[in-house]
Design a binder for this molecule. Structure first.
Ligand code: TRP
Length: 453
């Protein structure tokens, strides 16, 4: 029996499988290179407190909302909305499918780079290079044509291979292997990092609360980071929710996934900053941190050869379990709405996304002068999805749950048809009706510059 038969939709087989797959989606490049830096720069421990408050107060309820829509709808993001409501709500699902296209197109660019750097680690390619040379190598690689595109296509093929194998034999099976591997690797890296001489300063950068750095913009960054990191706002978790069995406690699942995501983000900081400070390097943001600063550290560190391999495997694994969840959004839609077989749907989705993805990759090289609204193609896709489609998606999802779907259905899903207690239902309804939509709207208006404090 294949998964494209609608009466026999795919299912996650076990509770651990659900957690692994959903945490796999959440834990991604966003946790490993973005979170540590944003936290360190923006007040360390003070930022962490705000971040945790957003994860618990808004992230968990929104995640629960997505899982709930999916499990109730038993269909892809578009189909679930269509089934559960009259009117035009299916457009929210459709927007999620579009967001999935854009996110996957630029995410696989970076994911491809991690494979190049994994290969460089294996062949000892950082050996003997000065920091300037490492910077030059990265820039040369990034702006070339053949290699980054090849790695991007390889990464997409890996993602597609897992998706093609199905929900249980693909997504769940690999998540159950890759997520424990990821945890083990990050723990090894953390131990190495905190035992370096001078590691304390790095931990201080990450954890010492500096409330003077907390401004409105930092507060908004914290919410944006929390939302992106939890993979909410585009229906990835609606799609996964549709594969969760009726006896799974969705509230507990949402908590567990959010806690796992946050712990990995914090561990990533513990892995990176002690090493950065131990080698007296200025912490930088984003790509520079992962592809220039860290190779520089590995080059100087005892055992750097092994640790660089571990680190880039870790990064590739984190990216892979995220790209899987994004591709599944599109594939589930193709299978269920366009009646394609899973294999065909995967090939169609992966190749069309790769086609536009290549332009993202080339926008660091031969297409770097090609700008739309002042942004490269990569920048545009990143900006449109992260700053527009995801917040608008998250906003509409909570509005839908809070004001459209009806409390009876919500209670039925949260209590598993009355078998579980619903102690938090009142609080949850209050958050999704008022707190979450207002908070998301404020962040959105602030980030597009319509609101200033
Ligand atoms: N959460 C992932 C990260 O931290 C990225 C991601 C995967 C994502 N799927 C998503 C973000 C869906 C938003 C929506 O890297």
């Amino acid at each position: 029996m294949t998964n494209n038969d609608l009466s026999q939709r795919g299912n996650f087989g076990s509770k651990f499988g659900v957690i692994a797959a959903a945490a796999g989606s959440a834990v991604g490049l966003g946790n490993i290179w973005r979170f540590p830096y944003v936290a360190g720069e923006n007040g360390g421990g003070a930022f962490l407190i705000i971040y945790l408050a957003f994860i618990l107060g808004i992230g968990v309820p929104v995640m629960l909302s997505e899982l709930l829509i999916g499990r109730r709808g038993q269909l892809n993001a578009f189909g679930s909305f269509k089934k559960l409501s009259k009117g035009k709500w299916y457009l929210v699902g459709l927007m999620g499918i579009v967001a999935a296209f854009l996110i996957l197109a630029f995410y696989t660019t970076i994911a491809g780079w991690t494979l190049e750097y994994l290969m460089q680690s294996f062949i000892n390619g950082f050996e003997g290079k000065s920091s300037q040379e490492l910077k030059n190598s990265f820039e040369t690689f990034q702006s070339s044509t053949f290699r980054p595109v090849l790695w991007q296509l390889i990464f997409m093929a890996m993602t597609a291979g897992i998706i093609m194998a199905g929900v249980q034999k693909g997504i769940e099976k690999y998540a159950k292997i890759l997520m424990p591997l990821l945890v083990a690797l990050i723990v090894i890296m953390c131990i190495r990092s905190v035992t370096l001489p001078g590691a304390k300063e790095g931990l201080a950068f990450l954890f010492n609360p500096d409330f003077s750095k907390i401004t409105w913009s930092v507060v908004f960054d914290a919410l944006g980071q929390a939302a992106f990191s939890l993979s909410i706002g585009m229906g990835a978790l609606i799609t996964y929710g549709s594969y969760i069995k009726k006896d799974n406690n969705l509230t507990v699942t949402a908590f567990q996934v959010s806690i796992a995501d946050t712990m990995i983000a914090i561990l990533a900081g513990v892995m990176i900053f002690p090493a950065v400070f131990a080698f007296h390097i200025d912490p930088t943001a984003g790509f520079g941190l992962v592809f220039i600063v860290l190779p520089n550290i590995f080059e100087q560190m005892t055992g750097g050869y092994i640790f660089s391999i571990i680190f880039f495997i870790l990064l590739a694994v984190a990216a892979l379990t995220s790209t899987i969840s994004v591709l599944e959004v599109v594939v589930a839609y193709f299978v269920e709405e366009l009646n394609l077989k899973r294999k065909k749907a995967t090939i169609l989705a992966a190749s069309s996304i790769s086609f536009i993805g290549i332009f993202c990759t080339l926008s660091f090289g031969s297409l770097s002068e090609f700008k739309i609204l002042g942004l490269t193609i990569f920048g545009l896709f990143d900006e449109v999805s992260a700053n527009y489609l995801l917040p608008i998606g998250a906003f509409l999802i909570v509005i839908f749950l809070g004001w459209v779907l009806g409390k009876d259905i919500i209670k039925d899903e949260i209590s598993n048809q009355g078998t579980l207690k619903t102690r938090f239902l009142g609080l949850y309804m209050f958050i999704i009706k008022f707190i979450a939509p207002i908070a998301i709207a404020l962040v959105f208006l602030y980030s597009i510059g319509l609101l200033k404090f």
